[in-house]
Design a protein around this ligand. Sequence first.
Ligand code: CP
Length: 308
Amino acid sequence: MLKGRHLIEPMDFTNEELEGIFDLADDIINNPKEYAHVCDGKILATLFFEPSTRTRLSFEAAMLRLGGRVIGFSEPNSSSVSKGESIADTIRTVGCYADIAVTRHPKEGAPKLASMYSNIPLINAGDGGHHHPTQTLTDLLTIRSVKKRLSNLTIGLCGDLKFGRTVHSLIKAMSRYENNRFILISPPELRIPEYIRKEILQKNNIPFIEVEKIEDCIDELDILYMTRVQRERFFNEEDYVRLKDSYILNAEKMTRAKSDMIVLHPLPRVNEISYDIDNDPRAYYFKQARFGMFVRMALMAKLLGVVE
Ligand code: CP
């Protein structure tokens, strides 16, 4: 039962609970009119302390498509946080006005802290380099829809594996399905954090290797998950400039990939995927963004308890 629950990190829900969300998302995709009024009278609050295009707008579109309405702010200077109000007081106040809330925050753990003070379901839309659980739901729904399974997959994760919260959340989630294998592609400076390597991969005997070049492994992959080198997570500009173009996936590299490999990317992209592969049928990143809206519709309907 998901009614009234928060979603702070991907492991908050069991695989069975996730399956329920994905099954509902599939039904919404196939029968959108049946869900057009299930959130009539409900209000979503969007509290974004960091920029966003896809996450915020897909949440807003999701609530509007369910018949509900949206309030919120998209940058902290337009809220009383700029006067020094705590996130705890902010979420307590928002709970007086809205039925469900979603927040993005640059500080790791801020949504978890807020959830302890929230009397309405709170969804983490990304906290620093930590987690981005609804991106993970988006990724899993996309993989399930295209590959028809979430197990027996070789998954390449490429780019900023150190700060990339979407990567951390996806590894955790995909590690719970059988027989998945990871190839971690990054420069030495942006390798996966030690706690993911030890506590998730090694502890659970999940096979993985770490490499520096896409060319060394692209022919083995079922999924290639590209990520951006994130300027906002670096402490100095020099390091960012040195590393920002470490990987550029282009048509030449794609010739070595399997015919059914899929390319995913949480977006936004900067340079890491060349525009010349956007029309390759294996490029799924914009379809992935659309799946994100449907999975957020399913998630909110479940947390609000308006659909079983
Ligand atoms: N994938 C993602 O989180 O995109 P935004 O930063 O645009 O929300």
